[in-house]
Structures are given as structure tokens and as C-alpha cells.
Design a protein around this ligand. Structure first.
Ligand code: SF4
Length: 241
């Protein structure tokens, strides 16, 4: 697959990547970042859970800024319940959807005390029963806190799965299922981080930086961007107008 400075007249869909290339694509990301980790700051499963709940539609940087002061006041479910919704809200007002998130953080902390002895459960069903915790957050918790080979499909992984041909799918769940089928099991746990970080810093939404992408030889995206001065890929150009 070569680089093109010019976008085609219409957006083109990539073909699904062959399985041998899926492995090679991920091995290239692994070589560049052998020990990937989440960029959220946390100390234990509970503080990770709070940080992930706060991170919906917010950057990790903004969440870390908020939790730096929040966790000084409350870093356990009991302390968070004592702090209360208004107390939590004081720390997280700079984050999107802060009112609902403050309510969820206190409610999930109360539920952890009521049902799980103040511990974060390691089972998907119990995690998804907590306020503010959906499939994506449960997948992050199972992967990062409990070493499970899960794949949390956020906006970056959804875009990458489709754009590169790694795992084309119409919905986040379809991309998740395809990634779980197509990625070698031994690579799955780290693949979650490699793909998020690659989407955040290189394979960006508006202009993927293909000219410096270590996985470029295996990517099936038909409109790779050749240089920083390269044109926007066609579908991004439409969105940008
Ligand atoms: S940055 Fe370009 S070459 Fe790399 S994965 Fe994304 S679309 Fe493919």
C-alpha cells in the first residue's frame, strides 16, 4: 500500500486486513511501545473505576487534572459517599457531563459498599450493574485491573478498526467482536492500549499521520496521507467543511 498526497474523489472503504497482516500491524505497534499502559492516573481498581467513569467524552488529561484533587479528598467508596454529590462535583466541573458523573460516582460507591464489601467486582455482569458503567467501561476494568483479554471500543478503536481494515464493523460491538476474533489471544490485552494510543497520537480522526506510522505497510486504508502538508482524506474533508 503506497502513500498518496491526493485524496480520491469519493471515500473508499478499506478491505479487511488478512490475519497475518493483523499480527504484523500489531507487532509494529508493540515494537514501538513494548509496555503500553493507560494514560489515566489511578492507584487501585476503585480509583481506576472512578477515572474511567469520568473519562466518557473527556480527555485523559482533563480527568487526571480532576482526580488529582478528588482522590486527595476521597480515594475509597466510603470516603466518596461521605464527600457526596456536591463535594465530588466541586472537583470535576471542568469535565463534560460532570453533573451526571458526580451522581454516578457517588451512587456506584454506595453500591460497592452495599453489595461488594467496598471492593470492585471482577465480573462483567456485576460491573455493568454499577451506575455509569456500560460495556466499554467494564471492558477497560477487566483488561487493566483484572488482566482479562478484553477490547474496549472507544472512538479511536472504532475508527481504526474500520479505517485500517483491522476489524471493519458498523457498530462498536461489531468492531469489538471482530477484533476479539482476529487478534491473536496473546496480544489482545496490550492491543487495547496500542490501538487507543495509535488512534490518539498517529492515526488521528481528521488527518492520519501515515507518513510517520510504523504500521503503514500493513494498513489497508486506501487514502493514506503522504506528508504533514498532505490533503485531508475525503471523508474527513467532508466533515471539516
Ligand atoms: S496512520 Fe495511516 S497508515 Fe497508519 S494506521 Fe492510520 S491510516 Fe493506516
Amino acid at each position: 500500500m503506497g502513500l498518496s498526497a491526493k485524496p480520491s474523489a469519493s471515500a473508499r472503504k478499506p478491505r479487511a486486513m488478512p490475519l497475518a497482516d493483523v499480527r504484523a500491524f500489531l507487532e509494529a505497534l508493540a515494537k514501538a511501545n513494548p509496555t503500553p499502559r493507560t494514560e489515566l492516573e489511578y492507584a487501585d481498581p476503585y480509583t481506576l473505576l472512578v477515572a474511567v467513569v469520568l473519562s466518557a467524552q473527556a480527555t485523559d488529561v482533563s480527568v487526571n487534572r480532576a482526580t488529582e484533587t478528588l482522590f486527595k479528598e476521597a480515594a475509597t467508596p466510603a470516603a466518596m459517599v461521605r464527600l457526596g454529590v456536591d463535594g465530588v462535583a466541586r472537583h470535576i466541573r471542568s469535565i463534560g457531563l460532570w453533573q451526571g458523573k458526580a451522581r454516578n460516582v457517588v451512587a456506584l460507591s454506595q453500591l460497592l459498599l452495599d453489595r461488594h464489601d467496598g471492593q470492585v467486582p471482577a465480573e462483567r455482569e456485576a460491573l455493568e450493574a454499577l451506575p455509569g458503567v456500560g460495556r466499554k467501561t467494564a471492558n477497560v476494568m477487566l483488561n487493566v485491573a483484572f488482566d482479562e483479554p478484553t477490547m474496549a471500543v472507544d472512538t479511536h478503536i472504532f475508527r481504526l478498526g474500520n479505517r485500517t481494515g483491522l476489524a471493519p464493523g458498523a457498530t462498536p460491538r461489531a468492531v469489538e467482536d471482530a477484533l476479539l476474533r482476529r487478534i491473536p489471544r496473546a496480544m489482545l490485552r496490550d492491543a487495547h492500549h496500542w490501538l487507543i494510543l495509535h488512534g490518539r497520537y498517529v492515526c488521528k480522526a481528521r488527518r492520519p499521520e501515515c507518513w510517520r506510522c510504523v504500521a503503514m505497510p500493513w494498513c489497508r486504508y486506501p487514502d493514506k496521507v503522504a506528508s504533514p502538508a498532505g490533503a485531508l482524506p475525503p471523508e474527513e474533508a467532508v466533515q471539516a467543511t
